[in-house]
Structure formats: C-alpha cells, structure tokens
Ligand binder design. Structure first.
Ligand code: BEZ
Length: 211
C-alpha cells in the first residue's frame, strides 16, 4: 500500500555519496526533502540535482535537509556528481542514496512500472521533525520539478504547524493567510492582533502572524 500523509516515513539504512546513513537519525530534529530521480547521467535529473544544490541556503534557513535517491549504484552517483557540479556550476554536497536492489524505492512506492520501467519516477516527500510525511508529490520523468514550489510548501507547513491558519491558493511567504474554521470569529482579535477581514463567515483572513 502506498504511503499516506501523516504516516511515519519508513526508516532504512542506506549507502550514499556521503557514507552510510540511518534515515531517521540522519534527519535528526529538522525537516527533510526526500526526492527520487529516474537515473544518473540523464538531462532533466542533472538540472534538478544541481538546482537543489544551488538552493542550499534556502533549505538551511528553513532547517531542511535534502536527500536524493535513484536505483543506480554508488560509483555511478559519484561519477555523475562531477558532471552535475561542472554543468550546473554548483557543488552537490547533500547525499544521494544508491538503491540498486530497489528496496528503498519499493518501500516508498517510487517505481511506477506502467509509466517508467524499472526506474524511480520523480517522487518528493517532505518529512517533518516528527518523521511523519507532510507532503508527497509524483511527477513524470519528462517534467523537472519546481523547487520554488517545494520551498513554498515548506513555508506553509512550518507556519501552519504553529498557528491556527491555512494558506490560500498561490500563497507566498509574507502574504495574508486564512484563519482556520476552528477559531471562532470572536476569538480572532486576541489570537491574531494584527487585524483580520471577514469575507464570509467561513473565510476570514489575517496578516501572516509570524512576520
Ligand atoms: C531525464 O532526467 O532527463 C530523464 C530520465 C529518465 C527518463 C527520461 C528523462
């Protein structure tokens, strides 16, 4: 059965380009973006792994570690990283998991044989400090992922974990947010002293409370 939001992300031990890791211990007390790519030495994947490396400061600022996986072996990952660094003008300094027996890919249901034979599709899992899955995305091999969207979701997840708010369509960090329906309208001024707008009884907005 596939993994669902709120499930504990399965733990595993793996060989990576940064040495052996035990996944949950490696995540530690922060957040994690765990993403699969179909194969080494392929063009879209090369741009994706380079982009994640270039976004290092954006992930660190949010206390997020990144880790990639494919079913290729470790020596292939090590050679390919040299190409990524060269062509994408960056340094990939986060781990890439080698999963030649597909055991981790199967654990996370990253192989979709009707779409792509024997390779991982482009899965993304955002995992919280409690090791629970907060988001999962699946993209086809032909479409490189938008890592600005991943950062945007992390901003929303980290905000909504701490305040009784939700974020509207296309929200970006710094914009107004929605007060959840768990908060009665008369409670809003005390909980959200920056002000609020009642558009409908079920649609109340407030400035982002942590800004
Ligand atoms: C790519 O990363 O370009 C790619 C990988 C596997 C299949 C198709 C494209």
């Amino acid at each position: 059965m596939s993994l669902r939001l709120g499930d504990i992300a399965p733990d595993f031990t793996a060989q990576t380009t940064q040495g052996e890791i035990k996944f949950h211990d490696w995540i530690g007390n922060g957040w994690c973006v765990f993403f699969s790519h179909p194969a080494d030495f392929t063009p879209v994947c090369t741009t994706e792994l380079g982009t994640v490396a270039k976004y290092r400061a954006d992930f660190e600022k949010r206390n997020v570690k990144t880790i990639a996986i494919s079913v290729d072996p470790l020596n292939s990952h090590v050679e390919w990283v040299k190409d990524i660094n060269e062509t994408q003008c960056t340094v990939v300094d986060y781990p890439i998991i080698a999963d030649p027996d597909r055991s981790i890919a199967n654990l996370y249901d990253m192989i979709h044989p009707n779409a792509l034979d024997n390779m991982t599709v482009r899965s993304v899992f955002i995992i919280g400090p409690d090791k629970k899955i907060k988001l999962s995305l699946t993209y086809p091999a032909s479409t490189g992922r938008n890592f600005d969207e991943i950062l945007r979701v992390i901003d929303s997840l980290q905000l909504t974990a701490n305040y009784q708010v939700a974020t509207p369509a296309n929200w970006k960090d710094g914009e107004d947010v929605i007060v959840t329906t768990a908060v009665k309208t008369e409670e809003i001024p005390a909980k959200f002293p920056k002000g609020h707008t009642i558009i409908k009884p079920y649609l109340r907005t407030t400035p982002q409370p942590n800004k």
